[in-house]
Design a protein around this ligand. Sequence first.
Ligand code: NAD
Ligand code: LMR
Length: 331
Amino acid sequence: MKATVIGAAGGIGQPLSLLLKQSKYVSELSLYDVVNTIGVATDLSHINSAAPVSGFLPENDGMAKALQGTELVIIPAGMPRKPGMTRDDLFNANASIVYGIAESIAKNAPKAFVLVISNPVNSMVPIFAEVFKAHNTYDPKRLFGVTTLDVVRASTFVAEAEGRPTEAPQFHVPVIGGHSGTTIIPLLSQSEPKFNGDQKAIEEVTHHIQFGGDDVVKAKNNAGSATLSMAFAGARFAEAVLAAAQGHSLERPQYSYIDLNADAQGAEQIKSVIGNDTAFFSVPITLGRDGVSAIQPLGQLSEFEQKAIKEGVEALNGNIAKGVSFKPTKL
Ligand code: NAD
Ligand code: LMR
């Protein structure tokens, strides 16, 4: 299947493109950015894996050409954080960028799976949904906020806290909610294998998962945020979407920040936990040929997790409303 990376020359875009170039699920790779894509594409094209690679710039309708015939678009375009910033502080810079990208997808690849990495994910995904609705191309089963990095971090940090190897067989830890601070809600009580930590350890690991992104921003010291771990996580999720679209059944649920209308019936159980006011939430999903085929139930929650959901949902609702009401100043 043809995959397109928008923001392909950036810190995430380059390693993500490299990983997709090596993927058995990608038969053609198309790269778009406002700078440097021709160089990145030429470089990648020397790798002897199957997918041919092409690079496009804004000139000559480059984004439209990059999107022609694509079946999956993954978007790490936009500004990353600097120390002291929240993800929400990126809203003004990135909302207009993703709005333009969403319009181009609606016109040029209306049936593609759309995977949003750009921050703040909590607000950017609702912007995509609104633009697609305006173009009558919206299918909530095909729009995904990429929250896989939270799941990857949870697996790593739980293994470390347990003094176990971090590599496979990995810990499977559901992470639900959104993608920023307290909206990131790890369900450590459902870890497989079991997490044996006491309440203090649960609180420490939960905080580490919720604020792991800040640690990378601080360590990079003005040179951006997580890029390599994000490329790993983005490629993993993209491959899951592509594998399911190609008829493979996946062993485990994936977690992604989606419109709960993607499976109204499955969402009933989620709403009984989080309330009816939250339209987008990262939930366990089954993927199929057409994207989300089912939203799975959340399972048994601890008291600590129920409290975290209450707190997270409040912040998340504000982020969603901000995305839904966004209108670019210049059309
Ligand atoms: P970066 O600055 O290194 O790269 C961003 C790229 O986007 C640049 O190459 C830039 O030229 C390009 N770009 C800007 N405007 C564009 C447009 N209109 N069309 C196409 N490309 C455009 O940043 P990065 O470190 O790669 O991060 C990218 C985004 O991903 C940030 O918003 C960051 O916060 C976010 N992020 C999300 C997660 C997550 O878990 N979802 C994790 C890490 C980073
Ligand atoms: C992350 O979780 O690493 C990303 O969202 C980037 C950030 O700003 O922390």
